[in-house]
Write a new protein. Structure first.
Length: 141
């Protein structure tokens, strides 16, 4: 298998992401734990998952639009970018603009979309190097 999701050890009983219709681009990711999101604060929502896919792809993570429209929830970073060499836990930074909200275990909170990307001619950045860290491991700025 060259593309997919795996459940991390210690997260028994959660579901692997699935598409809900034949034309859905995104795979629905569920919360692996109950998390309280407070207004104006960033809460980290574990998915209990990691992803694997080819080196010329990226996994883009978007909060489900219904959560934004109905409850004023947003991903703190707008769109999550999971690089092909990231093998860690997919954790979602969620914030609320209008009050506290309880994310329940099993709630579909985000969509993951696998997408190919291009690099510029002659790009050799990172050739032969391996990621050493986890969440936020390529640095802050």
């Amino acid at each position: 298998m060259i593309r997919g999701f795996e459940i991390l050890e210690g997260y028994d009983g959660i579901n692997l992401p699935t598409r809900k219709t034949a034309f859905s681009a995104g795979y629905d990711l569920e919360a692996a734990e109950n998390v309280r999101v407070s207004q104006g604060k960033i809460s980290l929502v574990p998915t209990g998952l990691k992803a694997f896919f080819p080196a010329d792809e990226v996994l883009l993570i978007y909060l489900r639009s219904s959560l934004a429209v109905k409850y004023n929830l947003f991903l703190a970073n707008g769109v999550g970018v999971i690089d092909a060499d990231y093998r860690g836990h997919i954790i979602l930074p969620v914030t609320s603009l209008s009050g506290d909200f309880e994310i329940k275990r099993g709630m579909r909170i985000a969509q993951g979309i696998f997408q190919k990307y291009l690099t510029v001619d002659g790009d050799t950045i990172g050739v032969g190097e391996q990621r050493r860290g986890r969440f936020g491991s390529t640095g802050d700025f």
